[in-house]
Design a protein around this ligand. Sequence first.
Ligand code: PAF
Length: 279
Amino acid sequence: MKLVGTVKDLQKELMQASDTAGVGFVPTMGALHEGHLALVRRAVAENQLVVVSIFVNPTQFNDPKDLERYPRTLENDLKLLESTACHIVFAPSVQEVYPKPDTRKFNFGMLETVMEGKFRLGHFNGVAQVVSRLFDMVQPQIAYFGLKDFQQLVIIKNMVKQLGLPIEIVACDIVREKSGLAMSSRNELLSAEQRENAALISQTLFAAKQLSTQKNVQELANWVVDTINKNPFLDVEYFEIVDDEQLQAVNNWNEENTKVGCIAVFCGKIRLIDNIVFN
Ligand code: PAF
C-alpha cells in the first residue's frame, strides 16, 4: 500500500501500477470505520487497482465548528487500510486539492433543496466540488459510496451525468453497529451514554418499516419524530419520506416508486443521519 500526498505522486503510482488496470475509487474524509472498510473491501474484490482518498473537505462544511471537530486519525486509518489490501492511499492537503478557491456552482435543482440541502446550505456544492476534483485526479472507472448518505449518492450520480463522466457509481449498504446505530465517523464524538441512546434512531426506523402497513405516510412520519424526540438525548432535525430518484415527499404508500425515510437527529452537538427503504 502506497501513501501519496500530491497529484504528481498519485499519477506516478497510477502509471506504474499498470496502464490497463481499471481503477476503483473510494473517497473518504478519514476517521475510518467498518462502513468505509466494507466499501474498500468491495472495491478491492472488484478492481485490479484501488485508490482510497482521505481528505476532510472544508468546502462541504457549512458550520466551521463542525469542520474543526471532525475527527482526524490518519495513523489509525492507514493501519486499518493495510488490512484491506488496497493499493494507493491519497491524502492530499487543502492546497493540493484547491490550489485556488473553487468557485464552481453546481445546480442540482430539487435534489438539493430538501433534507440535507435545506439544513446544510452549500453542503452539496462542496461535495460536488471535491468529488469532481478527486475524480479528475484519480480518473477511476468505478467509485463506491455508502447508502447512509442517501441524498449525497443521488446527487453524485446526477453530477456524473451532468459532467458526462465515464464513471460507474456503486451504492453500498449501510453498515451498522451491534445496536443498529449506522456507522459514522461522528459516532466517535459521542459519549458512551449518548451512543447508547442514539441507537433509538435506527431502532425507530426499523419499527417504522413494520408499522408502515398500519399507518399512513403522515401518521408514520409523526410517530417517528415523536418516538425519537421523547428521548432526552435526541432532537430530530427532519424526517422525510421521499422517492428514491427525485427525493420529493411521498404522500401515499400506493405511489409507484421506492420510498426512503431519511432522518437527521442531533445527539447533543453531534448531528447523525440515517435512512430506511420502505419497499
Ligand atoms: O461521504 C463522505 O465522506 C464525503 O462527503 C466525501 C464523499 C468523501 C466527499 O468529501
